[in-house]
Write a protein of this length. Structure first.
Length: 346
């Protein structure tokens, strides 16, 4: 890097460390609130499952990633690299490696959270096999990421210590670009996987759009992942450049866990809604019908319209109001439930 002494002195006081610390701290707090509310809602309905465990693992990795990024600011992140000492750069790169590790594990756990949740709520057998296949691929990819993180350089210490002689498998930008593309593809696949069964249900268009919106929350993470790719090619002034890349990385994993948690907030939202109704109207009457799906219980209020009396003609669900943490969505035809059924445990 060619820079004069005058330019170095002029930029010695420049720092964006405060931006990194503020963004990371806010996103860490947001992820903790999201997962905390998810666990509370699930515990209230006694519906804690394996997807809640993976959400908790994802939170731990997000906190680890954010803490590593904040630690990087103490060793030069947000300042120009030519103003740092060799020892600072060494410690910066060590924290940088930790942030990569936690980032990779967080994405892995978030994808598992989505897929395990989908597997739990789908009652259509062929769709379950599809989710099992996707889970298998994600587990293999996550395992390869784990191996890659620890064996990217041999010995590993040579990643952050230039005094240690070592060998790295590929250039860092190539590895990050390939990993970023795979994450974008898998994010897109996870988003669209539930949609075919939703649109085959004999439900009104507004209800289909609502369900599509629930399953499509991950679009936010997909958009951030696409935007992040442009920052994967580092420049010589890496500690200054990495402020934006680190912020986008944190935004990606926090948006992912947020999108995974939002659909489980129904008990909280229903409680707020009922409280507002009681406050505004002073009287609210709701009829609930208890039901069980896959051994779980919840409540659903549904209104149906059809031709003729009960069981005498096609009957199609025209309105479904969902309460509690579980919804069973079925398309009826000629009194036969078995044509299409989607069970959603939220």
């Amino acid at each position: 890097m060619n820079i004069t002494a005058e330019e170095m002195a002029a930029k010695a006081g420049e720092s964006r460390s405060g931006v990194v610390i503020g963004v990371s701290a806010f996103l860490m707090a947001l992820s903790a609130v999201m997962v905390g509310l998810r666990l509370w809602c699930r515990r209230e309905r006694k519906m804690l499952g394996l997807d809640d465990v993976t959400a908790l693992v994802a939170l731990a990795c997000i906190l680890g990633c954010g803490s590593s990024i904040i630690a990087m600011t103490h060793y030069g992140l947000g300042r120009h690299v030519y103003t740092l000492s060799p020892q600072q750069i060494k410690l910066y790169l060590r924290c940088f490696w930790l942030s990569i590790m936690f980032y990779s594990y967080a994405l892995f756990a978030i994808k598992l959270t989505f897929l395990i949740h989908y597997y739990r709520i789908m009652s259509v057998s062929n769709m379950r096999w599809l989710y099992l296949g996707a889970l298998g691929f994600i587990i293999l990819w996550g395992t390869s990421q784990t191996i890659g993180v620890f064996f990217f350089c041999t010995p590993l210490q040579s990643f952050w210590d230039s005094d240690v002689k070592g060998h790295c498998l590929l250039s860092q930008p190539t590895v990050w670009l390939v990993s970023g593309i795979v994450h974008i593809i898998t994010d897109f696949a996870i988003i669209i996987m539930p949609l075919p069964i939703v649109w085959k249900l004999q439900l009104p268009l507004p209800q289909k759009l609502y369900l599509t919106g629930i399953f499509g929350l991950g679009t936010l993470t997909l958009a951030i992942a696409i935007l992040r790719v442009q920052w994967l090619d580092p420049v010589a002034d890496m500690t200054w450049w990495n402020v934006t890349a680190a912020s986008w990385s944190m935004a990606e994993i926090v948006s992912g866990i947020t999108c995974a948690c939002l659909p489980t907030f129904k008990p909280l939202l229903v409680g707020i809604k009922n409280w507002l109704h009681r406050s505004n109207d002073g009287d609210s009457t709701i009829c609930l019908q208890d039901q069980g799906v896959d051994g779980l219980t919840g409540s659903t209020l549904a209104a149906f319209e059809g031709h003729g009396g009960v069981g005498t003609g096609p009957k199609v669900a025209t309105r479904i109001s969902m309460y509690g943490t579980q919804t069973s969505i079925s398309a009826y035809q000629g009194g036969n439930k078995s044509k299409k059924k989607l069970s959603q445990a939220l």
